[in-house]
Design a protein around this ligand. Structure first.
Ligand SMILES: [Zn+2]
Ligand SMILES: [Zn+2]
Length: 230
């Protein structure tokens, strides 16, 4: 289960008015942020908090709403953010559509960071399950169901249509790009000089390293065999 970042935890402002209580809905609608989400968000949870604050300011000052619109939000680090919270009405689904469904946001844009990773999908799923424990019915829909919008974007909408499944833990979605990125971060944090290599050559290096290790293991095994034979 995703750990939850409370409103205080992400520095949420107080709502202008108390939220409208809503004890029961048909289900949950899934949303994305749309717009550009800086892809560096994947390596920096502080950017998630910043984005949450920006969205709240946009909703309160730009749209004139009483608060951040969504009940919950999920980030690419597998955390759940408390938005309006449980058993209250969202402002996200469109006028007249907020009594039927709660709303959950995935921090995914339509440019930059656009492909939800496993951690984000798991957190969204956790959020949906939590909302179900607190009054949501079985429906899982996208913002675009019944409202003219591209939200929640192609990848999240496909996931919604598939029934919001948990990502397969065995099918690791770590791509060569991700590995490359992680390695670069490690190098930055360590004392080694930073090198930039392409994903393909990085994978090749990794393979060579593994080959070298297995050669060493073979050698150790042989030595052990010789020792035991004595
Ligand atoms: Zn939406
Ligand atoms: Zn995060």
């Amino acid at each position: 289960m995703a750990s939850i970042v409370s409103r205080a935890g992400w520095g949420a402002r107080k709502p202008r008015t108390a939220p409208t209580r809503l004890a029961r809905t048909k289900g949950v609608k899934v949303h994305y942020t749309g717009g550009h989400v800086d892809p560096r968000i994947v390596d920096d949870h502080a950017r998630c908090i910043e984005l949450m604050m920006q969205i709240q300011i946009h909703h309160m000052n730009g749209n004139g709403w009483s608060d951040f619109a969504y009940n919950l939000a999920a980030c690419p680090h597998g955390r759940l953010f408390e938005g309006r919270g449980f058993e209250v009405m969202s402002a996200a689904n469109g006028s007249g559509l907020n009594t039927d469904h709660y709303a959950i946001l995935g921090l995914v844009g339509n440019s930059g960071f656009t492909q939800p990773n496993s951690a984000l999908l798991n957190a969204l799923r956790d959020g949906i399950d939590l909302l179900r424990k607190r009054g949501a019915g079985p429906e899982i829909k996208g913002h675009r169901d019944g409202y003219s919008t591209d939200c929640p974007g192609g990848p999240l909408y496909a996931w919604v249509r598939a029934g919001a499944p948990r990502p397969d833990p065995l099918e690791d979605d770590v791509s060569a790009d991700d590995l490359w990125h992680k390695a670069r971060i490690k190098r930055k944090k360590g004392t080694l000089e930073e090198r930039e290599v392409s994903p393909a050559s990085f994978l090749q290096e990794l393979e060579m390293e593994q080959d070298a290790q297995s050669v060493q293991l073979d050698r150790i095994e042989k030595m052990l065999g010789q020792l035991l034979a004595k």
